[in-house]
Ligand binder design. Structure first.
Ligand code: SF4
Ligand code: SF4
Length: 502
């Protein structure tokens, strides 16, 4: 059984997918408001293929109610990513935005103690989740540097999602980058017109200056985040890719947020853009490119060898990703170096993972048995890699020697990404990833239930730290933030009063 949110009243209600003219719609049947429907994708074939290749089965139970205000997502799934809204203040006024003061109707800017409570709640998690700061514009919060410092002091990996404008101030940029933060920098194209439409301003020149500042500060974990809107910047993605290639030593991730129809004013006439629209744009630029859902990259036993996934959506119709590799002049798709499609290679690894899960020795097993299991696993991975990768093209010269060394590295337990960067031509890799931040109309229980990315907040009535799935945060965000703001404003007033009479 499927649940969605009614487009009119927002209540959880019965839903089902319907396919018409190669488009998929989530159709909701609300008892009070009747039938409403939301576009999910304009490429039903690809949407269905992702489910088939992941051998996805719709869950039969209804353990997600879509009523996130009375639920705590982390009780269902331990998060690998904890997002926090720092403020809704912003130094831009994008017409497409629902997350800044004008759109929300009140100022949201909690004090340091609020963030401390959230860090405390997650610092004992093993593994520790990444902390991602969102807004508004997080850097506009006057305590933002201190908030980052505190998060780092608890041992979290920290990411900032920023429009970048504040980083045009070199002193601020230096101070921020020195904290060892991953910067996710908003850049929607190389043409000023794009910013006029999407951001309502002419911010490209300032952004470029800020981008250069971040590079000068030696940040090596730089991600570019582009909002993609069909008819606005789709035709500019090739040029933006060339721009990013100029910074190939610094930028490791290029993420896309397809522009879902979440704006409210009727004077904005933009076409909805979905994950598959973004994938199709890149298939036109690099015909052999292949995006696969990041849910395909989730392994149990093999995860020890592949390093930690960060966002890693769990559902086949959530995030999708691929790799492009610099040949020195330009990016080429990973398929240039593969004998089989990427999706097939991942399917083989998933089958191996399932097989290994059944065979895995228990903790109480003898050291010899565990050693044999590890050796067997490494051999199986090496076999799949040897059949998947065109070794003659992919291995760094001298190829034979590097092939042997790569094998030794894997046996010695080095992470696969380290081995690839050391022993192969895959040195300047760029991960392309679509992050479909769903509008409330497209939300459904099965997709959200296992999502490992959450927004965290304090329930100010009880003091408990609660979470909502990343995409469903927007369904409760305005109410929650209003309560948090009122709570801390009252506390601040009381403190002032006590100080006055004291
Ligand atoms: S999406 Fe997560 S938080 Fe919301 S109701 Fe479902 S399980 Fe609970
Ligand atoms: S920069 Fe981001 S938060 Fe600020 S107005 Fe634009 S979309 Fe909203």
């Amino acid at each position: 059984m499927k649940l969605g949110l009614c487009e009119k009243c927002g209540s959880p209600t019965d839903a089902r997918y319907e396919i018409k003219n190669n488009c998929v719609y989530l159709v909701k049947f609300c008892r009070d408001c009747g039938r409403t429907s939301s576009l999910v994708t304009k490429d039903a074939r690809k949407w269905r293929w992702k489910r088939e290749i992941a051998e996805y089965q719709e869950p039969s139970d209804l353990s997600c109610s879509l009523d996130c205000k009375s639920c705590d997502h982390k009780q269902h799934t331990s998060p690998n990513t904890v997002a926090i809204d720092v403020t809704n203040l912003c130094n831009q006024k994008c017409p497409i935005c629902l997350a800044y003061v004008d759109a929300m109707g009140f100022v949201y800017k909690p004090p340091m103690e609020y963030f401390e409570k959230i860090f405390e709640a997650f610092k004992k998690n093993d593994p520790k989740p990444n902390i991602c700061f969102f807004g508004g514009e997080p850097t506009v919060h006057e305590d933002f540097l201190e908030i980052v410092r505190r998060a780092k002091s608890h041992g979290f990996q920290v990411q900032l999602f920023t429009n970048g404008l504040k980083l045009a101030d070199m002193n601020y940029c230096k101070e921020l980058c020195a904290l060892g933060i991953q910067v996710n920098f908003g850049l929607d194209g190389t043409n000023p017109e794009i910013y006029k439409t999407l951001r309502g301003d002419n911010s490209l020149a300032v952004k470029k200056r800020a981008f250069d500042n971040v590079i000068k500060c030696g940040v090596n974990k730089l991600a570019v985040i582009s909002t993609v809107a069909t008819g606005v910047n789709d035709s500019n993605m090739g040029e933006l890719m060339e721009f990013i290639h100029d910074y190939k030593d610094h930028v490791s991730v290029w993420a896309f947020v397809p522009l879902t129809p979440c704006w409210e004013t009727s004077d904005i006439k933009l076409e909805p853009t979905t994950t598959e629209c973004v994938e199709n744009i890149f298939e036109r630029i690099l015909p052999d490119i292949e995006f696969v859902s990041t849910g395909m990259m989730k392994f149990d036993t093999l995860s020890r060898f592949f390093g930690k996934q960060t966002l890693g959506g769990s559902h086949p119709n959530c995030e999708s990703a691929t790799l492009v590799i610099s040949d020195g002049e330009k990016y080429v798709p990973l398929s240039t170096y593969l004998n089989i499609p990427l999706s097939e290679a991942l399917s083989r690894l998933r089958k191996l993972d399932k097989k290994l899960n059944k065979m895995a020795p228990k903790n109480s097993s003898s050291a010899w048995r565990r050693w044999f299991f590890d050796f067997f696993t490494v051999l199986q991975i090496a076999l799949i890699f040897a059949r998947t990768i065109n070794l003659r093209k992919a291995l760094a010269k001298p190829a034979f020697l590097n092939g042997i060394k790569a094998l030794v590295d894997i046996i010695r337990g080095r992470k696969i990404d380290e081995v690839l960067s050391k022993r192969t031509c895959f040195k300047r890799l760029l991960t392309l990833i679509t992050i479909p931040y769903e509008d409330s109309g497209g939300l459904e229980n099965a997709r959200l239930h296992d999502c490992p990315a959450v927004f965290a907040y304090e329930d100010v009535q009880t003091g408990a730290i609660r979470t909502a799935a990343f995409c469903s945060w927007q369904t409760i965000k305005d109410d929650v933030c209003r309560e948090i703001q009122a709570h801390y404003s009252t506390l601040a007033d009381e403190k002032k009063h006590v100080a006055r009479i004291g």
